[in-house]
Design a protein around this ligand. Structure first.
Ligand SMILES: CC(C)(COP(=O)(O)OP(=O)(O)OC[C@H]1O[C@@H](n2cnc3c(N)ncnc32)[C@H](O)[C@@H]1OP(=O)(O)O)[C@@H](O)C(=O)NCCC(=O)NCCS
Length: 164
């Protein structure tokens, strides 16, 4: 029998001491998992080798953050806000296609439902587009974000939460 994804990982709230591991996961995730859609210059612009940790602290501060843990190591994380914005979703390369993002997303959606949110949106990378489509999101607009001199295509996607 195939185990349920949510049973395979321990989900917990982010703690400030997770920051170095979270940023390292982000860098590995971007560099290793997005290569089919983004070239080296784009990946470097998205996830510079030397991370600006104070900027990360500022970036994370307003978000609700959940960590997926597997045997004490961080397997992925999601960051979202109670206006329905799914801001960050990254899986460790070692754990890709094992249901980590699905488990994190399910917990975030549950939290957002409980907070009374009805519409969700995200700026999905071209890598994450298929993931969000699998969760019921549809593309609203193709976008381009600029990082320095580099342009990164992405998709604005949205989902309406049906009442249960
Ligand atoms: C997108 C991402 C978070 C998905 O994480 P994941 O834990 O591998 O996703 P899951 O295992 O929960 O996938 C669930 C389903 O989503 C779809 N899916 C996920 N990744 C996919 C991919 N690369 N290509 C096609 N479909 C994909 C599949 O339907 C999958 O189900 P299946 O494996 O049974 O076919 C991960 O690939 C990642 O971190 N990418 C790099 C960073 C990134 O782009 N983050 C998003 C920023 S907006």
């Amino acid at each position: 029998m195939t185990p349920q994804p949510s049973a395979a990982f321990n989900l917990r709230a982010y703690q400030p001491q997770d920051l170095p591991a979270l940023v390292a996961l982000f860098q590995a995730s971007v560099n290793q998992l997005t290569a089919p859609h983004y070239n080296a210059a784009q990946r470097q612009a998205w996830a510079p080798e030397v991370a600006d940790m104070p900027a990360w602290q500022t970036r994370l501060a307003p978000l609700e953050l959940l960590i997926a843990e597997d045997g004490g190591a961080i397997a992925g994380f999601i960051g979202f806000s109670l206006d329905g914005h799914i801001d960050l979703l990254y899986c460790a390369p070692s754990h890709v296609r094992q249901g980590v993002a699905s488990a994190l997303y399910a917990a975030a959606e549950q939290r957002l439902r409980e907070a009374g949110v009805h519409t969700l949106h995200t700026e999905a990378s071209l890598v994450a587009q298929a993931f969000f489509a699998s969760q019921g999101f549809s593309v609203q607009q193709a976008q381009t974000v600029t990082r320095g001199a580099v342009m990164l295509p992405r998709m604005l996607m949205g989902k309406t939460l049906e009442r249960r």
